[in-house]
Design a protein around this ligand. Structure first.
Ligand SMILES: [Ca+2]
Ligand SMILES: [Ca+2]
Ligand SMILES: [Ca+2]
Length: 135
């Protein structure tokens, strides 16, 4: 049992060490979360997440407590998971093709979310684009 715990601790440390993932601030997440939480109950369930453009895979990955919904922190983790999954070159940004794989199908949405016109979206710009796409 003790070694199992040690193993769990080790894998936790490893995943933390690998987590050079992009981060979202509360201020960035807030408007997106408010839009995604359509029934305003303070959490984003799977149906709400899908409508917002979060894939089921990212949803489950970000919901380790398996309670069927994402709180704000888990929601941010889902966005990050989806961003990372769509960014195999790991350069911290999504080009247009990568963004399409992450649910940004519209070129005009991509352009609008990328005011610096550098051809790529960072995580904050990606979340803006996703929020603009969401119904
Ligand atoms: Ca909700
Ligand atoms: Ca949860
Ligand atoms: Ca990239």
């Amino acid at each position: 049992m003790k070694s199992l715990l040690a193993l769990a601790a080790l894998s936790l440390t490893t995943s933390l060490a690998l987590a050079a993932d992009p981060q979202l601030t509360d201020a960035q997440v807030e408007p997106a979360f408010a839009k995604a939480d359509a029934n305003k109950n303070g959490t984003v369930d799977l149906a709400e997440a899908k409508k917002f453009g979060i894939a089921e895979k990212a949803f489950h990955k970000a919901n380790p407590d398996k309670d069927g919904s994402l709180d704000k922190q888990e929601f941010a983790a889902a966005i990050v998971a989806q961003f990372v999954a769509a960014n195999p070159d790991n350069d911290g940004t999504l080009d247009e093709k990568e963004a399409r794989n992450a649910g940004i199908k519209s070129k005009s949405v991509f352009e609008a979310a990328n005011p610096d016109k550098d051809g790529t979206l960072d995580i904050a710009e990606y979340l803006v684009a996703l929020t603009a796409t969401a119904k």
